[in-house]
Design a protein around this ligand. Structure first.
Ligand SMILES: Nc1ncnc2c1ncn2[C@@H]1O[C@H](COP(=O)(O)OP(=O)(O)OP(=O)(O)O)[C@@H](O)[C@H]1O
Ligand SMILES: [Mg+2]
Length: 286
């Protein structure tokens, strides 16, 4: 089966990574959506690992769990039965992010956690005018409180992800090192292009991240080269290896930086954080 490759010229700016990736609406606070409609490619692992590392580096980070599965919330050890306000409240206009954010138990990192009720929001929103802007509206007020907002998206291109793209200033796309890596990305790019055209002209792809790289197989290296041909500027230099430690960390409610900071996976995510700080122009506290 052949897959038509996504054309980065067609729907992204000529050099997205060179454009400022901050949101002019929120006093310049970057809002980064971690998205790929394909399941299990490392969106949540990347969101949680980088959010914790950026907080450890001294930044004030807000992570919003936009997936009804709630994996980002549980990966950080949040007890989902104790939640008062969740992403659901943001999506139906019942709370702002500043009210729903709760401490994650780590300095510098707050989270808007989610529970399965978020799945209902997709249906309830169908009757609401301007439903694509619910999250954008809920972010008003974060200016000055956070240096970065991260959105862990669900594995679909439905209304939750469209809300993320409308609220975001940029997108990070994790791609798993496996057969047919570009499959599905045409659709992702089309959605980003449509959001840019109709809802959020600021949106850029800040980076494409290869995940679950297996150095023992030729396939992984071939896949990275294939993706590099289509995303030469967007591809991060950092590649995330397949690592058992990364897969184990969530079951302890810990990020990789806490579970095993010396593991290959942690070292790779630390490198990615360096690239992200540069690309997003994030402040680097002394
Ligand atoms: N680099 C890695 N090495 C080994 N396992 C990994 C790696 N990255 C993620 N995993 C594991 O793969 C699974 C999928 O990862 P993750 O939940 O981050 O993907 P996702 O894209 O968020 O999935 P979903 O689409 O369901 O939200 C998880 O069990 C996770 O622990
Ligand atoms: Mg996930």
């Amino acid at each position: 089966m052949t897959v038509s490759p996504p054309s980065s010229q067609q729907s992204t700016s000529p050099n997205p990574a060179a454009r400022p990736a901050t949101s002019s609406r929120l006093g310049g606070v970057p809002v980064l959506a971690v998205a790929n409609q394909k399941g299990g490619v490392g969106k949540t692992t990347t969101s949680v690992a980088t959010a914790v590392m950026l907080a450890q580096a001294g930044l004030r980070v807000l992570l919003i769990d936009l997936d009804p599965q709630g994996n980002a919330s549980s990966s950080l050890g949040i007890d989902k039965s104790s939640l008062v306000r969740t992403t659901y409240d943001l999506m139906i206009g019942r709370a702002r992010a500043t009210d729903a954010a709760r401490p994650s138990g780590r300095d510098g990192l707050d989270i808007v956690a989610t529970s399965s009720s978020l799945a209902a929001a997709e249906i309830e929103l169908v009757d609401i005018d301007d439903r694509e802007r619910q999250l954008q509206r809920a972010l008003v007020g974060i200016e000055g409180r956070y240096d970065l907002v991260m959105l862990d998206c669900p594995p679909s291109l439905g209304l939750l992800t469209v809300n993320a793209f409308t609220a975001a200033s940029s997108v990070l796309v994790p791609i798993q090192c496996e057969f047919l890596p570009l499959e599905g990305l045409t659709q992702l790019q089309r959605t980003i292009g449509q959001v840019r055209q109709h809802l959020n002209p600021e949106l850029v792809i800040t980076g494409v991240l290869m995940t679950m790289y297996d150095a023992r197989t030729r396939l992984s290296a071939q896949v990275v080269e294939e993706v590099r041909r289509f995303y030469p500027k967007e591809l991060f230099a950092t590649v995330i290896p397949r690592s058992i430690r990364l897969a184990e960390a969530p079951s302890y409610g810990l990020s990789i930086a806490e579970y095993d900071p010396k593991s290959n996976g942690a070292v790779a995510y630390q490198r990615l954080v360096g690239e992200l700080i540069q690309r997003l122009g994030l402040p680097t506290p002394a």
